[in-house]
Design a protein around this ligand. Sequence first.
Ligand code: SF4
Ligand code: SF4
Length: 128
Amino acid sequence: MKAFDCKMCGECCHGIGGIFMERDEQIRIARYLGLELEDFLKKYTEKRNGRIYAEVGAEDYCIFFKKETGCSIHTVKPARCRLWPYFPANVADRETWDAAKLACRGINRECSFEDFVKESLSCGNGKK
Ligand code: SF4
Ligand code: SF4
């Protein structure tokens, strides 16, 4: 039984974004979209607190999220998106993991915190 299995609901792509991108990620995504870095930054990102974040798009979803097909940059999406729900806080603390279950229906309620932590060590999830 898997401790996490993405349901493709898109909930983690919704809301005022905390999806920041490091420089190498910005370059990779720009290239994937066939854009010069500067054009990519103007069109798809915003700067907050000195960091570059994915812009929020329609209905407050991440600008890269498409309702029918999910993440439009799946193969090059930022590390933060690849990691969820195995964020360090979620695997370090049982209460944070409990809270994460409310936000992500892909986290299996029938599995234990220990199962989740164990699975995180071999994660390579194929979500969205
Ligand atoms: S990771 Fe969780 S919240 Fe995000 S799409 Fe998958 S099931 Fe939904
Ligand atoms: S980059 Fe993709 S996976 Fe990450 S929040 Fe945006 S749509 Fe979701």
